[in-house]
Design a protein around this ligand. Sequence first.
Ligand code: MTE
Ligand code: MO
Length: 377
Amino acid sequence: MKLYKNKFNMIVILIVIILALVGCGQSVESNDDSSDSDNKTSTVDDTTESIILAGIGGGDIKITIDEIKELKKVNEDVISLSSSGEETELNISGGLLEELLIKHNVSQTELDGIRITATDGYSMEIPSEILKNRDIVLTYEVEGEPLLKEDEPLRIVIPEERAMYWVRSVSKIEVVEKKTAAGKQVEKVLIFDAAISNLDKQDYEYYEDLDKAIKIDDLLSEFVPEGKEQVFIKASDGLQRNETRETFKDAFIKITGENSPMFLSPDLPEGMHVKGILWFSSEKVAFLTMDKALGVYSKLIQEDIEGIPLKEVLEDIDLKQGDIYTFTASDGYNIEISKNDINKGILYKADDGSTRVGFEGLPKNTTVRDLLSIGVK
Ligand SMILES: Nc1nc2c(c(=O)[nH]1)N[C@H]1C(S)=C(S)[C@@H](COP(=O)(O)O)O[C@H]1N2
Ligand SMILES: [Mo]
């Protein structure tokens, strides 16, 4: 009995000591907080322990991490596959985005896309094919432990999809509106190489190299109507990416050196850069880069000329179909070709590096030198 009492006393003393220590810790923290938030009404908890859910009617909705912890907890072994091919096995726990969305009367399966933004400026769109087929785990535990400081307050994990979608330190989840989603039917294809010929080329430092780049804003303001539609980018390795017009416009395309043509900006996290652009489109206008096109599409040899089939290119870009197509050169020369002759077309590069289109069996004047654009009547 006495022994028991002593033990009891010890425990009481221990608890008092622990409480005192915790109390000290708290008072230090709250001093920090008050100096931080002197002229703000929110507390630190408000900004770090919650995320914004936007674009599902009405205004922004604040979702606390506690609310996410109230969703059914899923636990999974997953493999993270980085762009460099590195694989990492992880065990993660979190709630499903779908359960959260259903609470707000939407299902991820019927959305055109969601854009996830992080506190470090990283931002990635999850396209509808992924939304239809995959679980999106709002992850708050990795290997049974709370997230690392730099990944707080939330990490996205999409099992079976590459790590570029696994956004760390999420600040916002936003439903992409149909009217801003990429994917209006393309009505005009511009040859990128010809389109940039009169634009300002500036020096761009890329690792050890000094390359040349164009400002995307210069290109868009010359050839693409103003609009809110996103930009769709397809790379020569098959990567497909939607980017907001705002982010795209403020960045660069590096046109010389390694990985060119490459979408990049010193202001964007590297994971948002796109190497080896094949074509990109927005607001019904697409730009095709010839060096990549010659490597990606089928080889075609026609009358001693080596190039690529026009038809295959136009199908990949999904140019609107019509009865008559127009081909226009940089100097204004233009021809009209009937839809029945499109399969006779070959796109190739002349010795001077400019692009040409020719049609097998059609008169010589249907060959267009220094091709700038392809349109539909
Ligand atoms: N917030 C944030 N999340 C991010 C990125 C980033 O730059 N910022 N990079 C993405 C990319 S492109 C990859 S490949 C993975 C890298 O994850 P890892 O560091 O675990 O390899 O995180 C993704 N999530
Ligand atoms: Mo990446």
